[in-house]
Unconditional design. Structure first.
Ligand code: APR
Length: 186
């Protein structure tokens, strides 16, 4: 297995084209990695900070030209110094208790990332656990949305061949693993 290869879940129900990884997303050699950004697109902490550090100053220069990104939408940039060819920046919802449309906004993030990814003619994509860090979205509910949207995208986009979910900590890994193996109750 090449470094960065997750554990393929094809021994379990669900789509074998979905994988889990514990790698730092900035190290993955895939067509595109997704950044959990904020509406300014000018960098931040968490995975946003890691991606900007690894991609170098050229990424911020490119992002300045994009004039921000509303929650639930996505923007495409070059990968700059990353192994990944492109970066798709998306702005997840801040969790406010679940009654402010957070679930639909998070689902929209995934849908918009897949749309831009396929419009760019790319085949593989890696996502961090959007909104589950600083934005406080409960991991289990967020993992269900991620897997549901990836399942639909794999059905609808023939060019999409590999979806990697990067689980950067144990609770996130368990949330995704339980849902991908069908062990979790819905
Ligand atoms: N690779 C993969 N995943 C990572 C990495 C990394 N290098 N660093 C952090 N993560 C994980 C976190 O552990 C968490 O599971 O990414 C997930 C998302 O957490 P955040 O990065 O905090 O993103 P989010 O919750 O969407 O909050 C976005 O935080 O960094 C700021 O500018 C960003 O304002 C925005 C907000």
């Amino acid at each position: 297995r090449s470094p960065g290869q997750g554990i393929v879940m094809n021994e379990t129900p669900g789509d074998s084209r979905m994988e889990l990884s514990r790698e730092d997303i900035t190290r993955l050699k895939v067509d595109a990695i997704v950044n959990a950004a904020n509406p300014s697109l000018l960098g931040g902490g968490g995975v946003d900070g890691a991606i900007h550090r690894a991609a170098g100053p050229g990424l911020l220069a490119e992002c300045r030209l994009l004039n921000g990104c509303p929650t639930g939408e996505a923007r495409l940039t070059s990968g700059h110094r990353l192994a990944a060819r492109r970066i798709i920046h998306t702005v997840g919802p801040v969790w406010r208790g679940g009654r402010q449309g957070e679930a639909e906004l998070l689902a929209s993030c995934y849908r918009q990332c897949f749309r831009l990814h396929q419009e760019a003619g790319l085949a593989s994509i890696a996502f961090p656990a959007l909104s589950t860090g600083a934005y406080g979205y409960p991991r289990e509910a967020a993992a269900s949305i991620a897997i549901e949207q990836a399942t639909l995208a794999l059905r609808d986009y023939p060019g999409l061949v590999r979806v990697i979910f990067v689980c950067f900590n144990e609770p996130t890994w368990l949330a995704y693993h339980d849902r991908l193996t069908g062990a979790a109750t819905r």
